[in-house]
Design a protein. Structure first.
Length: 90
C-alpha cells in the first residue's frame, strides 16, 4: 500500500524489518510514526533507501485492507527531501 504516494503521510506502506534495518530514518518518518504511536513497531518503506540487502515483512496489503488499489504511484525519490536522523532506541 502507498495511499499518499510516498509522502510520509498515511503510514500505509508500513513494514517490519527482519534483517538489515537501517540505523537512519527521515525526520518525516519519525514524526508520522510518533503521531501514530508506531515508533519501534513499524517503518515506512517510502522513506527508506535500499542501499544493501534487507528482509522485510509488509504489514499492510491491498487484500488485507479491502482497498480497491494500492494508492497513488510512488515518487521516484524520498519525499519530502530527507532530513536524516538516527533511529531512536525503543
Amino acid at each position: 500500500m502507498h495511499v499518499c504516494g510516498s509522502y510520509a503521510r498515511c503510514t500505509t506502506c508500513r513494514i517490519e524489518f527482519l534483517e538489515g534495518e537501517p540505523v537512519a530514518m527521515t525526520q518525516a518518518e519519525l514524526m508520522i510514526l510518533g503521531m501514530r504511536d508506531l515508533v519501534g513497531k513499524a517503518r515506512l518503506s517510502c522513506q527508506i533507501l535500499c542501499e544493501r540487502d534487507m528482509k522485510v515483512r509488509v504489514l499492510m496489503t491491498v487484500s488485507d485492507t479491502g482497498a480497491r488499489d494500492a494508492g497513488y504511484t510512488p515518487e521516484r525519490g524520498i519525499t519530502p527531501p530527507p532530513v536524516w536522523l538516527e533511529k531512536p532506541d525503543t
